[in-house]
Design a protein around this ligand. Structure first.
Ligand SMILES: *[C@@H]1O[C@H](CO)[C@@H](O)[C@H](O)[C@H]1NC(C)=O
Ligand SMILES: *[C@@H]1O[C@H](CO)[C@@H](O)[C@H](O)[C@H]1NC(C)=O
Length: 337
């Protein structure tokens, strides 16, 4: 017993050193290297964090955010930083610290932008806003989809000549009939790499965080139905929660593939970034992530109301702004990151 005291103390001291060492590594990994020219600026920005990372895709999404007047750019601190050609804007939405950035189109651009956001800034969760094409006939332009999962459907195994064992069999779409030398393709899962975990292969990436529950409770969000006093959509836009989304580096405007994605994969939307944003968030251990995709077209379906596509951005931004207000006052804002 007498010996146990001192030896324990030594062990405790060593342990403390190890823990301090780990904390220092964790601290560094959240910021740019100390020799990076932006290091000091980003440290100053982070001293006012943590922030909600608002990840937009397009100029239209940004225009809708600016039109909403919900974002107040920081005045008393640095208000914008450019890294790898992406502008990170610092400010507040409904009193909550927000850093917003545009990814540009495609999964590679989305993944890179989110990785920079998470590696550089003190981020407590990601709110992703973009537009989407509907492949589910129940959805209309202007609706906002809050998916509960998303698949990356752009990784294909193109099967041997003539093989029909894949999911998408091209000859099923021959008209009037006959064979098709494009054969068939089968959809492949994504590889997810994450700190402290073995790599896993996964097709449906989960979006069922505590933030999804917070978003599910949003009520009375104002969604815009009209683009002028006389031009209105036939039905008021709705928020569709809990659907499945799909992402590929493909812009879909084809009725046959639209129907295939809905019928076989049971996905309701197509876009080019959601899976990439989600994958990078999961890879970095970010547990708080929510997606708001505004329907801007019908991906090969009806072309009626095409001129209303901007309402997809407007309504997705409106829901995101209400969500940021709600999450700022809820327990879910205390991040696990
Ligand atoms: C990773 O996989 C190896 C081999 O299957 C296993 O022994 C190990 O426990 C796994 N590690 C984690 C963190 O799951
Ligand atoms: C299509 O959208 C409707 C309306 O949101 C929804 O009720 C339905 O479950 C969706 N279909 C699928 C396969 O998810």
């Amino acid at each position: 017993m007498i010996m146990a005291g001192p030896s324990r103390k030594i062990w405790g001291f060593e342990l403390a050193v190890v823990v301090v060492g780990l904390l220092a590594i964790a601290q560094q990994s959240m910021q740019l290297g100390s020799n990076h020219p932006m290091h000091g600026i980003i440290q100053r920005i982070n001293s006012n964090g943590p922030y909600i990372g608002l990840v937009l895709v397009s100029d239209n999404n940004e225009q809708a955010l600016l039109d909403s007047n919900a974002f107040t750019q920081a005045e008393d601190q640095i208000s914008s930083v450019e890294l790898a050609g992406r502008k990170f804007k610092i400010g507040t939405i409904k009193g909550n610290g927000v850093i917003y950035v545009k990814t540009g189109e495609s999964s590679v651009n989305a993944a890179q932008t989110v990785q920079i956001l998470l590696a550089s800034f003190d981020i407590k969760g990601i709110v992703h806003v973009g537009s989407a094409g509907a492949v589910n006939d129940s959805l209309s332009i202007g609706d906002v989809v809050v998916p509960k999962k998303v698949a990356f459907t752009g990784i294909w195994k193109w099967l041997k000549d003539g093989a029909k064992g894949g999911q998408l069999v091209f000859s099923d779409y021959n008209y009037p009939e006959g064979d098709n030398s494009l054969g068939s393709i089968s959809f492949q899962p994504t590889t997810l790499y994450a700190t402290g975990k073995n790599k896993t292969t996964i097709f449906w990436l989960p979006l069922n965080s505590a933030w999804f529950d917070t978003a599910s409770q949003l009520e009375n969000v104002e969604l815009q139905q009209c683009i002028s006093t006389k031009k209105c959509l036939p039905r008021a836009p709705v928020i569709a929660k809990g659907l499945s989304s799909s992402t590929a580096d493909i812009y879909v405007q084809n009725a046959a593939i639209r129907e295939f994605i809905y019928t076989h994969l049971k996905a309701s939307t197509v876009d080019e970034e959601t899976a990439a944003v989600t994958l990078v968030a999961l890879s970095n251990g970010v547990e708080n992530i929510i997606v708001f995709r505004g329907i801007s077209n019908t991906a090969g379906g009806s072309t009626a109301y095409k001129s209303y596509s901007y309402l997809g951005s407007v309504n997705a931004v409106n829901v995101a702004v209400e969500f940021i207000g709600a999450v700022g006052t809820s327990k879910a804002s205390i991040a696990a990151y």
